[in-house]
Design a protein around this ligand. Structure first.
Ligand code: SF4
Length: 76
């Protein structure tokens, strides 16, 4: 389960986030490139822009569903 209390500080503010259980597999930026990318320090991925339309919402949902460690949340 993604934990909003464990979200990386470098996610942009908003509902969607990556938490610290991310193993940096690189999948979410491939599935939702408009919203997820590698962190500045290159240790994890973050939400750099909140999903703003139906396509981005769907891509973010897909990334959350496929994340191997369930590190992507939208309940913050
Ligand atoms: S899919 Fe999950 S584990 Fe992989 S980089 Fe994204 S948040 Fe991290």
């Amino acid at each position: 389960m993604p934990d909003p209390n464990e979200r990386w500080e470098d996610n942009v503010p908003g509902k969607w986030y990556v938490d610290k259980s991310c193993i940096f597999c690189g999948l979410c930026p491939q599935l939702a490139p408009n919203n997820f990318r590698e962190s500045e320090d290159g240790t994890h991925d973050v939400v750099y822009k909140q999903p703003e339309n139906a396509e981005e919402q769907a891509q973010a949902q897909d990334a959350a569903a496929q994340c191997p460690v369930q590190a992507i949340g939208n309940d913050a």
